[in-house]
Write a protein that binds this ligand. Structure first.
Ligand code: E4P
Length: 216
């Protein structure tokens, strides 16, 4: 499973890039709004200079014709841009028309297997099931990831399943077990995924023994 960073913060992206574990970035209007009025185009291009992989930029138009125009604009910002379109009727038409033009689409706000199936059939490159937001309403978000993976694998669909709205390290491990092709994570999850108390205890013990052995 690949890891993308779910942020529009260039500082977070630069800090995470040094580990070599992040191969893409997902952004959305809410993440951009936290960046204090930065130009979306400029930020996507800054991100592209740091991460050489798919970078999702989200459309805000609500009609298929407008989505197509906006998607062309977002895709023109950098060859690695993947355009995010929310799944609804207008969105589905736009996904189809964009993919016919070769614009790669990440279909966002997926909350059911049927939405995922329609998006994949329309030509989506990525399907983004939102795990945390389903968990928030007492529904099993990870079950949706499993259903999306089954759909894609059973019917040999071209779309990749991108587990989104992940909130804690267990979500990441479960997304991998569910067969998600990608998990997009907030930067705060990297140290949480790294940390294990037995590792810390083990390092301290090795260092103490290294002193006893005269190594340091
Ligand atoms: C994914 O592409 C979305 O940007 C993101 O994962 C949404 O997460 P949230 O539900 O925590 O806002």
């Amino acid at each position: 499973m690949r890891l993308f960073l779910d942020t529009a913060s260039i500082d977070e992206i630069r800090a995470a890039a040094r580990f070599g574990v992040i191969s893409g970035v997902t952004t959305n209007p809410s993440l951009l709004a936290r960046e204090g009025g930065v130009s979306y185009k400029q930020r996507i291009q800054e991100i592209a200079a740091v991460i050489d992989g798919p970078i999702s930029a989200e459309c805000v138009s609500r009609k298929a014709d407008d989505l197509l125009v906006e998607a062309r604009e977002l895709a023109s910002w950098h060859p690695n841009v993947v355009v995010k379109i929310p799944i609804d009727e207008e969105g589905l038409e736009a996904i189809h028309r964009c993919s016919e033009e070769g614009i790669r689409i990440n279909v966002t706000l997926i909350f059911s297997p049927n939405q995922a199936l329609l998006a994949a059939l329309a030509g989506a490159a990525f399907l983004s099931p939102f795990v945390g937001r389903l968990d928030d309403i007492s529904s099993d978000g990870m079950e949706l990831v499993r259903q999306c993976v089954d759909l894609v694998e059973n019917y040999d669909l071209g779309a990749r399943v991108l587990a989104a709205s992940l909130r804690h390290p267990l979500h990441v491990a479960q997304a991998a077990q569910a067969g998600a092709h990608v998990a997009t994570i907030p930067a705060s999850l990297i140290p949480q995924m790294l940390k294990h108390p037995l590792t810390d205890i083990g390092i301290d013990k090795f260092l103490a023994d290294a002193k006893t052995a005269g190594l340091i």
